[in-house]
Design a protein around this ligand. Structure first.
Ligand code: UDP
Ligand code: MG
Length: 139
């Protein structure tokens, strides 16, 4: 099976509670190799650009306020079936629906402050990786 890359984020609710190390440890335990990583605070404009597909959704304003409220960690990582596998490890968007043991079940505060992000398809993974990292940072 082919190695695939995905883009993960540790969201501001998680960095604020010092969960960065626990989430990175879980990433490695689940067989992902970290290819590139950076910690930064997004501006509102940058958060709006990242979540542009959700622009028409009612939660867009609150989401982009939240995502620019504190530091995030962006991670480009790879393994077999990385995109689907990382979404499994994160669990459902709403922690109320997330399976036992998933990161969102363990750490999310609510449907918005849900601790982590993962790309949902190869096309979005490519766009999201390029949002944070240049080609020479992902070798
Ligand atoms: N979100 C929210 N309210 C909702 C749905 C989503 O605040 O009703 C936020 C949440 O932080 C989520 C992000 O918007 O992770 C992107 O939504 P999406 O449906 O893409 O969920 P994901 O792919 O992150 O599971
Ligand atoms: Mg999504």
């Amino acid at each position: 099976m082919a190695i695939e890359q995905t883009l993960a984020m540790i969201k501001p609710d998680a960095t604020a509670r010092d969960l960065t190390g626990k989430i990175l440890a879980r990433i490695e335990e689940e067989g992902f190799k970290i290819v590139a990583m950076k910690r930064l605070r997004l501006s509102k404009l940058q958060a709006e650009a990242f979540y542009a597909v959700h622009r028409e959704r009612p939660f867009f304003g609150d989401l982009t306020e939240f995502m620019s409220s504190g530091p995030i960690v962006a991670i480009c990582m790879e393994r077999e079936e990385a995109i689907v596998k990382w979404r499994e490890v994160m669990g459902a968007t709403n922690p109320e629906n997330a399976a036992e043991g998933t990161l969102r079940k363990l750490y999310a505060l609510d449907v918005e402050k849900n601790s982590c992000h993962g790309s949902d398809a190869p096309e979005t993974a490519a766009v999201e990786k390029a949002f944070f990292f240049s080609g020479i940072e992902m070798l």
